[in-house]
Design a binder for this molecule. Structure first.
Ligand SMILES: Cc1cc2nc3c(=O)[nH]c(=O)nc-3n(C[C@H](O)[C@H](O)[C@H](O)COP(=O)(O)OP(=O)(O)OC[C@H]3O[C@@H](n4cnc5c(N)ncnc54)[C@H](O)[C@@H]3O)c2cc1C
Length: 461
């Protein structure tokens, strides 16, 4: 059943309707909370097979490392859901009948919906390596993966992590926290080559090596070998090297988790295809978060965005659209943050791994090799394109505004004091950073003193 697509057709108001959300991650939960804030009459049900309650996926590693208990990763108390009349169903949806508007569940009775929100998340990539199904071989995505990792590494002498991105680094850090030596196989010439410029990539690699990660570049996994009991005993690389290990972490990216809706009337590509309102090709069926793919990506954005804050913004936007006059998704400048062991990494706007004239770059790195800042800008008018930072905490609002207002790199650098959380950091490093810029670009920039708030401003007048 294909229908002509008019935005109006895709929206009935949430009021009093039976809304079912599949997925209790950041996108599904944000959407549910925001619908409830604006609409006390909607019947909202959230289904997840993974856990009964919403938890922070980004904190999974800290549970394995013993820094947090699972309870501490739950942003809301368990009573929150009932109090806000958000019905939770802990079960797997096994199929969807879009014609009848009905969901089949693995354990419980079928559920009817009037509005269906698919917030199915991602799943780890597996590239069909021989031995990838062996015991002791796994990816890292879910609550169950962390439990499995606990079991799989209980008597592990050596581990191999495969993949050149952030989840690979997290896995290495997790394993090292239990004193398990890690060999990290990276297919490319350098770490996270597709994303980070050379200097940042080298900073990350140096830091991993300092933490005793045995980093092997340009090394590809060929196959995983089993012992007599069906457990992993070694990996073999493309070059034929056999590396003994009792655990293999596969961290080669994620893809939208859309098996549930494949071969149905719902249009999918890499993910579930949506317009700027998160509407799919079927009336009153929406998709948000990691599983959604924009039919037309926004300028300078990918068609699938698999990060926490975009999931939250998707949820907020869809909730708005179901309760108010629909608006287009408008996430503003790109932003992401992560950690390389103890070094914080942030990126704002567009910082490609390589660039050509007229684009220019300013890179400053502290002598310690653990603090760095890069600004990428248009060489003609100096308009800022984006920044990367390592080992410092930048204020999101500052760079969001700077990028939205098309400020120049120089306007940003002289005001950097406003962007830094840590005043000591500013005292110590900002002068050095500006001097480096002045030398490279033959300027004489001086830091602007932070404006003291006048009495009227303090009083909010
Ligand atoms: C280890 C790790 C670390 C990360 N760190 C960062 C970070 O530092 N910063 C950042 O921005 N992002 C990070 N991410 C990515 C971020 O966590 C995701 O982008 C985000 O959680 C996606 O949210 P979501 O709501 O789309 O889906 P999810 O959080 O994946 O939620 C989807 C839910 O739907 C459930 N579900 C799916 N299918 C069914 C079904 N058929 N029946 C019932 N339930 C179903 C799933 O089990 C899951 O619980 C990290 C991800 C991982 C795995």
């Amino acid at each position: 059943m294909k229908e002509t697509r008019h935005t109006g057709d895709f929206y009935i108001r949430s009021k009093g309707r039976r809304i079912v959300i599949i997925g209790n991650g950041i996108s599904g939960i944000t959407c549910a909370r925001h619908i409830r804030k604006r609409d006390s009459e909607a019947h909202i049900t959230i289904i997840s097979g993974e856990t009964e309650h919403f938890f922070s996926r980004t904190a999974l590693m800290y549970v394995y490392m013993g820094h947090m208990k699972h309870e501490h990763t739950k942003p809301y108390e368990d009573w929150f859901w009932e109090k806000n009349r958000l019905q939770l169903v802990h079960d797997w949806v096994t199929s969807i009948d879009f014609e009848q508007k009905q969901l089949q569940l693995q354990q419980q009775e079928p559920l009817q919906y009037e509005i269906l929100i698919l917030a199915l998340g991602s799943k780890p990539n597996m590239f069909g390596w021989p031995g990838q199904e062996l015991q002791g071989v796994q990816g890292l995505y879910s609550y169950q993966d962390v439990q499995r990792m606990n079991e799989n590494t209980a008597s592990c002498q050596r581990a191999v992590v495969v993949g050149g991105g952030l989840i690979g680094v997290e896995m290495a850090e997790m394993l090292l926290s239990r004193k398990i030596p890690v060999t990290f196989l990276v297919r490319e010439e350098r770490f996270w080559q597709g994303v980070l410029p050379k200097e940042e990539s080298e900073l990350g690699m140096r830091h991993m090596r300092e933490h005793h990660v045995d980093l092997r570049l340009q090394t590809e996994l060929q196959e995983i070998l089993a012992d007599d009991s069906g457990r992993v005993r070694a990996v073999v690389t493309r070059a034929g090297e056999e590396i003994p290990c009792q655990f293999v972490g596969l961290a080669v990216g994620v893809k939208p988790n859309i098996d549930l809706v494949r071969n149905t009337e719902l249009e999918v590509n890499m993910g579930i295809l949506v317009d700027q309102h998160f509407a799919t090709n079927l009336p009153n069926v929406f998709a948000i978060g990691d599983c959604a793919e924009y039919r037309v990506p926004l300028p300078n954005r990918k068609s699938v965005e698999q990060v926490w804050y975009t999931g939250r913004m998707h949820g907020e936007t869809l909730a708005h659209n179901l309760t108010r006059e629909p608006v287009h998704y408008n996430p503003g400048p790109w932003f992401n943050s992560a950690k390389f062991f103890d070094i914080e990494y942030q990126t704002y706007g567009m910082v490609p791994n390589e660039w050509e004239e007229p684009v220019q770059s300013f890179y400053w790195e502290h002598a310690s090799g653990k603090i760095a800042f890069r600004a990428v800008f248009n060489g003609k008018d100096k308009r800022l394109h984006g920044v990367n930072s390592f080992g410092m905490r930048l204020r999101h609002e500052f760079f969001d505004q700077a990028l939205k207002e098309n400020r120049t790199v120089e306007e940003v650098l002289v005001k950097l004091q406003e962007a830094l959380f840590d005043p000591e950091f500013y005292e110590q490093h900002n002068h050095e950073m500006l001097q480096a810029y002045n030398r490279q670009f033959n300027t004489s920039l001086q830091p602007e003193k932070k404006k003291k708030k006048g009495l009227l401003a303090v009083l909010g007048l």
